[in-house]
Write a protein that binds this ligand. Structure first.
Ligand SMILES: Cc1cc2nc3c(=O)[nH]c(=O)nc-3n(C[C@H](O)[C@H](O)[C@H](O)COP(=O)(O)OP(=O)(O)OC[C@H]3O[C@@H](n4cnc5c(N)ncnc54)[C@H](O)[C@@H]3O)c2cc1C
Length: 426
């Protein structure tokens, strides 16, 4: 890679999340001198991992879909040592955990899935049709389809039974969209469904933060300045604490949507924030053996989904212990201690009295976890990254609310900036 510190074109990037780091990598490999200003103490933004008593705690449960096109293009999966979840899910309904497997990828579970009592045989036929459709259709065509709320799409347009939607699709996609009403765009639903159908949901051996760390490792030493919250932008000058000002040829705002709005003003179109709360527990013994997601199919209680990350990647827990991750959609109104009590009480019903002995390691409440992706946005999956002359913007709010979207928006902003530069110098 060229040493960008010698380059004459200087770009200041605000934010060292996936979008800012992706943007920085593309610009750096094109020869620009990049400086990334990050308010916090490390790279990753919403993709951070804390080490607590030998457990790896991602700041909010999340997974990398190996089928994500931009992630495949940019990341070195082998170096991440990805560990896959088993395809499908276990649905907690009534008194049982019912398998809901993908028959194409987990044939041994077909019988259990057919007999699990969730939905109808017609639903199984329709699921196969949906799978065929999303795997045979180019992503661009999925995004060009008519758009409507996912709930309407599933019940009315695709004709799934209320039972299958309520007990399977709702908890599954409430955990992805971080909203239980499934108001999110059906285009995004079909894109995400295709990712689940064609790749693995996976965890890097060293935790999700290994992803931004890998991106940052492609930048020159010292390119990211930590503990540098940008307070304002004045053209292509950025204003840092204590009145420090740094002027660049161009700036890229790669912060989360609410921070981008504070910096760029009300004309930046952003959507509402979707929030979530994640609780981690240390257990002496894993409450289940499978490396699978467990969905709350009954819709009661605070828990939307849970899993045992250490069943997927043993490195998530020290020897002789298991890590349990519990996701609640939204931010709970009650104090965190009350939420923990309610979660324990619900999980006692699922996994028995052993839950009493679990030790709560951390609770992460994330008010802005995702930007909402309502149906019917005219600009579909990608939005303008040029904000003003010399000022660009990227982040998951410019593309899809996902790891893939954040990385792609970083590429889009870098491409727009380099195109503008080429036009100016023509
Ligand atoms: C709990 C949770 C679960 C998720 N699950 C999944 C999943 O399973 N699959 C998936 O694909 N996606 C998932 N996502 C979404 C995905 O993590 C995000 O879409 C993506 O990480 C966003 O990256 P970003 O670069 O756009 O923003 P961010 O990661 O938010 O990065 C913005 C950066 O800007 C910095 N910053 C803010 N203000 C300033 C300032 N004034 N000056 C300097 N720096 C500033 C912030 O500190 C931050 O580091 C999940 C997100 C969360 C929170």
């Amino acid at each position: 890679m060229p040493d960008s510190s010698n380059s004459s074109f200087r770009v200041g990037i605000l934010g060292a999340g996936l979008s800012g780091l992706s943007c920085a990598r593309h610009l750096h490999s094109a020869g620009a001198a990049v400086r990334v200003f990050e308010a916090s103490d490390d790279v990753g933004g919403r993709v951070r991992t804390d080490l607590v008593d030998g457990f790896r705690l991602d700041r909010g449960f999340q997974v990398l879909q190996t089928a994500y096109p931009e992630a495949r293009r940019v990341l070195d999966y082998d170096a991440l040592r990805l560990k896959p979840f088993a395809p499908g899910a276990l649905v907690r309904t009534g008194d049982a955990l019912q398998p809901m497997a993908d028959p194409w990828r987990a044939p041994s579970k077909v019988l259990g899935t057919l007999c699990n009592g969730i939905g109808t045989l017609r639903d199984r036929w329709k699921l196969a049709g949906l799978r065929r459709h999303v795997t045979a259709t180019q992503a661009a065509d999925l995004w060009a389809a008519d758009d409507e709320p996912t709930d309407t799409h599933l019940r009315k347009t695709l004709g799934f039974s209320d039972d299958l939607v309520d007990r399977f699709f709702r908890p599954w996609f409430a955990g992805v969209f971080l909203e239980p009403g499934l108001e999110t765009s059906s285009r995004f639903f079909e894109f995400t469904f295709s990712m689940f159908a064609t790749g693995d949901a996976s965890l890097p051996e060293e935790g999700m933060q290994a992803i931004p760390r890998q991106l940052a490792s492609g930048l020159p030493d010292g390119a990211v300045e930590f503990g540098s919250p940008v307070e304002g932008i004045d053209g292509s000058t950025i204003v840092l604490p204590n009145g420090r000002r740094e002027t660049f040829d161009a700036v890229v705002v790669a912060t989360e949507a609410p921070a981008a709005r504070r910096l760029l003003g009300e004309t930046l179109d952003v959507t509402a924030s979707r929030s979530t709360t994640c609780l981690y527990f240390a257990a002496e013994k894993a409450p289940l053996d499978d490396p699978m997601l467990v969905l709350n199919g009954d819709g009661d209680g605070p828990v939307n989904n849970c899993c045992v990350p250490s069943n997927v990647a043993a490195s998530y827990a020290p020897a002789g212990a298991a890590l349990v991750s519990v996701s609640v959609v939204g931010t709970p109104p009650a104090p965190v201690a009350q939420l923990e009590d309610a979660v324990r009480s619900q999980l006692r019903g699922w996994f028995g009295q052993a839950v009493n002995d679990w030790r709560c390691l951390a609770t992460y409440t994330i008010p802005h976890a995702l930007p909402a992706q309502p149906a019917g946005r005219p600009d579909g999956r990608s939005r303008e990254v040029r904000f003003a002359p010399g000022v660009y913007v990227c982040g998951d709010h410019r593309h899809t609310a996902s790891i893939n979207g954040a990385m792609l928006s970083g590429r889009d902003a870098a491409t727009a900036l380099l195109d503008d530069l080429a036009t100016e110098t023509d």
